[in-house]
Ligand binder design. Structure first.
Ligand SMILES: Cc1cc2nc3c(=O)[nH]c(=O)nc-3n(C[C@H](O)[C@H](O)[C@H](O)COP(=O)(O)OP(=O)(O)OC[C@H]3O[C@@H](n4cnc5c(N)ncnc54)[C@H](O)[C@@H]3O)c2cc1C
Length: 426
């Protein structure tokens, strides 16, 4: 491996992928500047999971203790039907013998950790907020991003560097520039409502719970912060998912209406949780459609490339959106170190990551981890069971869970072999 000749990278978008890339580039001795649309970086969003393949990368950046302070180290995954009956339980992260933890964390807290590290290591003068990218250009010697003032719409000075990396998320302007004829996002038929409730700990206090099924209503519930009120209560993230033609355009900050979905969960009173009461504790509800886009044929054109959601928007079903952006960032920094020519580096990055992430996009459509719930829903005809063994064997449950881990790159074997950022087909 030799150090590339690059001196400068423009990162468009200061989200999870953009800041992780900045930290990996800094570690590799490559200069960069980050341009973020938002006027200030605010802790937006709700819960996110960082699985061991991605937490290992963040650990390599020296962020483990900062993350552990503001997250919950997830202990187990637990699956129930809509009658509150236990289907399957498995250990997660370090509790499952991985070298690295699984974090359940507020997206805003994750971003704060990344931003603080970037400000300290790169310098706050490398982070520009209120800069809206409106296009990119390139010639043989460099790439240029065009910007407007996000508040006034006034043109700002174009910014040039050796390469431009678009980490500008779901509505990526750069993706649209590179692929102008791509169609609109594809709606899965499932709408989601998300929120956080302050509540006493549920089950182990670090359980990732999935319950029900999309046709009649599914919940995902996991804690993201301990003792938020001095009384030992946790901040607990939840997502209600329901098959419905009703949906709006994807916008992470769109408010939702509890009356649009609470009916599906009205009789979910279990001995381990009163679900309707728990949902009603949330101060704010956000609505988001489960949409994705077909994998692109390519991400890199010359000196411009895509990363994270800009490159591969996927259903937020397997806790992989943030993780795959983090793995992209690591792979891109490695490629820039390994290749003298930046154009070659961007192609090498794409060759490594595009097939892999395309498989995750497809797997999230077909068989995400909650496929376990679908199997039980279908085999029982959505009725309570007497014994789960009569419905599905433990071996089948394990196989369903493991196959997703293999495709997404966080099965133990791949991680031990250091293969989490290379493609694996089933
Ligand atoms: C406000 C917000 C809330 C979110 N909440 C959740 C959540 O609760 N749960 C969850 O699983 N995922 C959430 N996500 C998405 C999640 O962060 C990503 O799926 C994942 O982390 C991949 O990261 P990314 O860097 O590719 O995209 P993002 O983290 O979405 O980052 C993209 C960044 O680019 C910026 N940007 C967009 N357009 C431009 C432009 N033209 N010029 C400059 N900058 C631009 C955005 O403001 C954003 O900061 C949220 C994203 C955002 C932006």
């Amino acid at each position: 491996m030799h150090r590339g000749t690059l001196v400068n990278v423009i990162i468009v978008g200061g989200g999870i992928g953009g800041f992780t890339l900045a930290l990996f580039l800094h570690r590799a001795g490559i200069g960069c500047r980050i341009y973020e649309l938002a006027p200030e970086i605010r802790p937006l969003g709700v819960g996110i999971n960082i699985l061991p393949h991605a937490s290992r990368e963040l650990g390599e950046l020296g962020l483990e203790s900062a993350l552990a302070r503001v997250s919950v180290l997830t202990r187990e995954a637990v699956f129930f039907n809509r009658f509150g009956q236990l289907i399957y339980r498995e250990a997660l992260g370090r509790y499952a013998g991985y070298d690295d933890p699984q974090y359940s964390i507020h997206r805003g807290e994750l971003q704060k950790v990344l931003v603080a590290a970037a400000a300290e290591r790169l310098g706050a003068d490398r982070i520009f907020t209120g800069w809206k990218c409106v296009g990119v250009d390139q010639d043989a010697s460099g790439a240029t991003a065009q910007f407007q003032d996000a508040a006034t719409g006034e043109a700002l000075a174009p910014q040039s560097a050796d390469i431009v990396v678009a980490c500008d998320g779901l509505h990526s302007v750069v993706r649209k520039t590179l692929h102008p004829h791509e169609g609109p996002p594809l709606y899965s038929g499932v709408n989601m409502w998300r929120g956080v409730s302050i509540w006493p700990s549920i089950l182990s206090g670090a359980s990732m719970i999935r319950a029900g099924w999309l046709a009649s209503g599914k919940m995902v519930i996991y804690p993201i912060r301990d003792n938020v009120d001095g009384h030992g209560n946790q901040l607990i993230n939840w997502v209600a998912e329901l098959e419905t033609p009703q949906h709006t355009n994807r916008d992470w900050n769109r408010p939702g209406d509890i009356n649009d979905f609470i009916g599906a969960f009205a009789d979910w009173h279990f001995d381990w949780l009163d679900v309707p009461a728990f949902i009603r504790e949330a101060q704010t509800i956000l609505e988001f459609p489960m949409v994705d886009q077909d994998p692109l044929p390519w991400w890199s054109r010359g000196r411009v490339t895509l990363l994270g959601d800009a490159a591969h928007p996927m259903y937020p079903r397997g806790s992989n959106g943030a993780g795959q952006a983090i793995l992209d960032a690591r792979a891109l920094a490695d490629a820039l170190v390994a290749h003298r020519d930046p154009v070659d580096a961007l192609k090498a990055y794409e060759t490594k990551r595009l097939p892999f992430t395309a498989e995750v996009v497809r797997m999230n459509r077909k068989n995400p981890p909650d496929a376990i719930l679908r199997e039980v829903f279908e085999r029982t005809g959505d009725k309570p069971f007497r014994r789960i063994e009569d419905v599905i064997s433990q071996e089948e449950l394990v196989a369903l869970s493991e196959s997703y881990k293999r495709v997404a790159g966080f099965d133990k074997q791949s991680l031990q072999a250091g293969a989490s950022i290379a493609p694996q087909k089933l």
